[in-house]
Design a protein around this ligand. Structure first.
Ligand SMILES: NC(=O)c1ccc[n+]([C@@H]2O[C@H](COP(=O)([O-])OP(=O)(O)OC[C@H]3O[C@@H](n4cnc5c(N)ncnc54)[C@H](O)[C@@H]3O)[C@@H](O)[C@H]2O)c1
Length: 248
């Protein structure tokens, strides 16, 4: 039995690489129509080549999630092309880690603009269509540090805690329109984002993971697949931790 994603249209922000790309692959393998989107045109081109090779149905639309006009274009172009949007996965995110005392305004602002305002801009733009079609699934990629906090990540933790509050609020606002909103909070996942960390920091993280391994992007993509599927129709306002048991 499949996951019921056949011909469903899913927009995934920041899907040029990493977790976003893996979500896109997983959805495409389950016969969804994927809208690939990223501000890094090189990654987007590579992702397109992969999707072409595999004959996956997709559209690729470059979009910087912090730019309102580009976001409006992403959402409206998708709707124009397919006549519907089944769901939005807010995945694009960045880190600018440093201790609070050393944090520059630019580092704070960049992370909040991308990780939190970007989610607001894309969701607000999509919701207009989701409300009129009386259906939609919003999945926001938060982080365990949005729940626990993390030294050296005040900006990032604040942005991800913000995403969790935002998710619960829209779940309440939009539930009566048959729109669900959930967050996934990944723990330590092996991607380019975490490759920058030193081996020592990685070891420290893994000490606190009962499953004793880093997660892979597939682990997160499988959780997104479930939340996007009809199996999760009665689940909203939740934060699903995909962290090998790190936080419990
Ligand atoms: N890797 C982890 O351990 C981990 C843990 C928890 C949460 N997350 C979250 O998962 C998401 C994906 O992370 P990842 O590990 O795949 O990172 P990544 O850096 O490998 O990928 C992020 C993607 O987002 C894109 N992006 C960044 N800013 C953008 C913008 N303004 N507009 C459009 N696209 C933009 C990048 O170009 C990149 O393709 C992020 O929200 C991240 O915070 C990751």
């Amino acid at each position: 039995m499949g996951f019921g994603l056949e011909n469903k249209v899913y927009i995934i922000t920041g899907s040029g690489r990493g977790i976003g790309l893996e979500i896109a692959r997983t959805f495409a393998k389950n016969k969804a129509i994927v809208v690939l989107s990223d501000y890094n045109e090189e990654s987007l081109t590579q992702a397109k080549e992969e999707f072409d090779t595999n004959n996956y149905p997709y559209t690729a639309i470059p979009c910087n999630i912090t730019d309102e006009n580009e976001v409006l274009n992403l959402i409206s172009t998708t709707h124009k092309k397919y006549g519907k949007i089944d769901g939005l996965i807010n995945n694009a995110g960045i880190t600018r880690d440093t201790l609070l005392m050393r944090m520059k305004n630019e580092q704070w602002d960049a992370v909040i603009e991308t990780n939190l305002k970007g989610v607001f801009l894309a969701t607000r733009a999509a919701v207009k269509y989701l409300i009129s079609q009386k259906f939609g699934k919003i999945i926001n990629i938060a982080s365990v540090v949005g729940v626990t906090g993390n030294a050296g990540q005040t900006n990032y933790s604040a942005s991800k805690a913000g995403v969790i509050g935002f998710t619960k609020s829209i779940a309440q606002e939009l539930g009566s329109r048959n729109i669900t909103a959930n967050a996934i909070a990944p723990g330590f996942i092996d991607t380019d984002m975490t490759n920058k960390l030193s081996d020592k920091v990685k070891e420290e993280f893994l000490k606190n993971v009962p499953l004793k391994r880093a997660g892979s992007p597939v682990d997160v993509a499988n959780a997104a697949l479930f939340l996007a599927s009809p199996f999760a129709d009665y689940i909203t306002g939740q934060v699903l931790l995909v962290d090998g048991g790190m936080v419990m």
